[in-house]
Ligand binder design. Structure first.
Ligand SMILES: Cc1cc2nc3c(=O)[nH]c(=O)nc-3n(C[C@H](O)[C@H](O)[C@H](O)COP(=O)(O)O)c2cc1C
Length: 210
């Protein structure tokens, strides 16, 4: 009999907080890790170009090398996985495979496929600002989904911007096509996250216009 208890999206969002202390002896079964990554990859993306890639570091020796790069934040070593979220700076290259598959599955007509590909190639043509904005924006949606999927499965995460990007690129041989947009630790908490508060809606919401 399965003992799995499903919790609602609302409960997952309320429960997720950034965990910095992990049990280094706790592993995540590969099937479960794959399921978390699959759920992360179900995020929306502009033109469905799926700008995210997941560089999953579980090798203890490589995690040790990440320690100074992440300014000695110990969680990158203790968590089962440290995942580098990469944004695809050349996502227009995915247009043809994405829309060929959509056509094969009957989701779009040939005419729609051609017009989408033309639109995408036009937008990316000689426009590094668009490429960078889209890489960061879209890969961040997958990062957020990854954190929520992990929490739903009883694991914790910490999003991290505190690392030396150039050193990371060099250490992990990240090709120039991919921009590291976030580092994430994923594992079993040994100490729960500390509490944080949020602005109230009165500070956050602007009705209709400034
Ligand atoms: C882009 C980004 C960068 C962050 N960088 C770090 C980091 O380098 N180290 C760290 O311990 N926490 C980091 N955090 C976690 C934040 O401190 C945390 O999300 C915030 O304080 C709210 O707390 P909560 O996530 O526990 O709700 C980062 C979060 C984000 C979204």
């Amino acid at each position: 009999m399965s003992t799995e208890v499903k919790i609602s999206a609302e409960q997952v969002m309320e429960a997720r907080h950034s965990v910095r202390k992990y049990d280094p002896n706790e592993k995540i079964p590969q099937g479960e890790l794959n399921e978390i990554l699959r759920l992360a990859a179900s995020a929306p993306s502009a033109w469905n170009l799926q700008h995210w890639r997941f560089l999953v570091v579980t090798d203890p020796a490589i995690k040790e090398k990440l320690l100074p790069i992440a300014h000695n934040q110990q969680q990158v070593v203790d968590a089962y996985a440290t995942i580098i979220i990469l944004g695809d700076l050349e996502a227009y290259k995915s247009a043809r495979p994405v829309y060929d598959e959509a056509l094969a599955k009957g989701y779009v007509t040939e005419q729609v496929r051609e017009s989408m590909i033309a639109q995408i190639e036009g937008a990316y043509n000689n426009n590094p600002e668009i490429a960078r904005d889209e890489a960061i924006r879209n890969s961040s949606y997958a990062a957020m989904q990854l954190m929520l999927a992990a929490k739903a499965k009883g694991y914790d995460t910490c999003p991290m911007g505190g690392y030396n990007r150039d050193a990371l690129i060099k250490e992990l041989n990240i090709p120039s096509r991919y921009l590291p947009t976030l580092m994430l630790t994923l594992g079993k908490a040994s100490v729960q996250a500390y509490s944080t508060s949020r602005f109230g809606l009165e500070e956050l919401v602007i009705q209709n216009s400034f």
